[in-house]
Design a protein around this ligand. Structure first.
Ligand SMILES: [Fe+2]
Ligand SMILES: [Fe+2]
Length: 341
């Protein structure tokens, strides 16, 4: 199919002559001598190229260039003028004109300019289509990835929750302990400004803190009487056992720190590494207080459930030795309001 060319010149003879010339070159041409009809013609005739006289009454070729480009960026505009002004030409090219021809029109020059404009248009359209395809593809990919991640996230949550419940069941007499300490630890961490991924890792670490006890024999874990020094030594391995297990799992690597450090003490007398002060991660420093409080509040084989004031006394008494004194006040404040609910 012949390419559609619109020719605009306020001189009807020039417009007519240009159309004849274009038809002779094999194009489907439409001529206009009133520049005010150009935008309507662009919409109805849908030309691929417009050849526009620069100096016309009512609407100049320069104005038409802007109007056409604003409404149909893929329509190429070639400007025609009698004046030999290369400075103007540069400006028009910058504003999107495909070419600039001097009057009187010479058939071969016109044909070369149109062929070039059509080729430019084809490349532009191709490029746009390619860009849109890429965009659609990228959008589709990121949507699929997001969905996979959120599915994976939900799956992880469910797995960790179930694992934590299983751990609680084995650790007799403290049903719901893992969920409770996770909620309390996250609440305090959030109060201290921790957010997003870090908060999730703290939650997972708290939920799984005693996962290493899976490797502690029942005879020690459930022993009704005091443990012997040898049994204690075994018992105290559980943070390392847990770390070994959890740090091998990619999405739990951040949580592994609480698992390893939940029995460290602020004064450096804890285990397994004897870390001191801020060498212990913030999450682990918060968690160790919460774990102590929960053990006092809920029945353990060697404790009776006590009220919060007893737990508060214990935390205050161990502030600076077991616990970070800077974290004690916000922790107690949060727990007091949390436990009232
Ligand atoms: Fe523990
Ligand atoms: Fe615990």
């Amino acid at each position: 199919m012949a390419s559609k060319i619109l020719a605009v010149d306020d001189d009807p003879h020039v417009a007519k002559f240009t159309v004849l010339l274009l038809e002779g070159l094999g194009y489907d041409a439409l001529g206009l001598s009133d520049p005010r009809q150009v935008m309507d013609a662009v919409r109805s005739f849908q030309p691929e190229v417009c050849i526009v006289d620069l100096n016309m009454p009512h609407v100049s070729g320069s104005e038409l260039l802007d109007q056409v480009k604003a409404e149909s960026p893929h329509v190429e505009v070639i400007l025609l003028t009698g004046q030999d002004d290369t400075l103007l030409a540069v400006d028009f090219m910058k504003r999107g004109a495909a070419d600039f021809l001097l009057k009187p029109i010479v058939a071969e020059q016109l044909d070369v300019a149109i062929v070039r404009a059509l080729e430019h248009r084809r490349l532009l359209l191709e490029n746009t289509a390619y860009g849109q395809r890429l965009e659609a593809l990228a959008e589709e990919r990121s949507r699929a990835l997001e969905e996979a991640l959120s599915n994976l996230g939900a799956l992880h949550e469910a797995t960790i929750e179930t694992l934590a419940q299983a751990l609680d069941m084995r650790d007799k007499g403290s049903g719901g302990h893992s969920r409770r300490v996770a909620d309390m630890t996250v609440g305090i961490a959030r109060k201290l400004g921790i957010r997003d991924g870090q908060l999730v890792q703290i939650e997972h670490g708290a939920l799984l803190h005693d996962i290493g006890k899976l490797r502690i024999p029942d005879s020690i874990l459930w022993k009704p009487s005091a443990l012997t020094p040898g049994e204690w030594a075994t018992m105290r391995r559980h943070p390392e056992y847990g770390f070994e297990f959890v740090s091998r799992i990619g999405f739990l690597r951040g949580a592994a720190d609480i698992v390893l450090s939940h029995h460290e003490r602020y004064d450096g007398l804890g285990y397994p590494r004897g870390l001191k002060g801020e060498e212990i991660s913030l999450g682990a420093r918060i968690f160790s207080m919460v774990d102590t409080v929960d053990a006092i509040l809920y029945d353990r084989p060697y404790h009776r459930a006590s009220a919060f004031p007893v737990a508060r006394e214990e935390i205050l008494r161990k502030s600076g030795t077991h616990f970070d004194p800077a974290l004690v006040p916000p922790t107690l404040e949060h727990l007091e309001s949390y436990l009232k609910r």
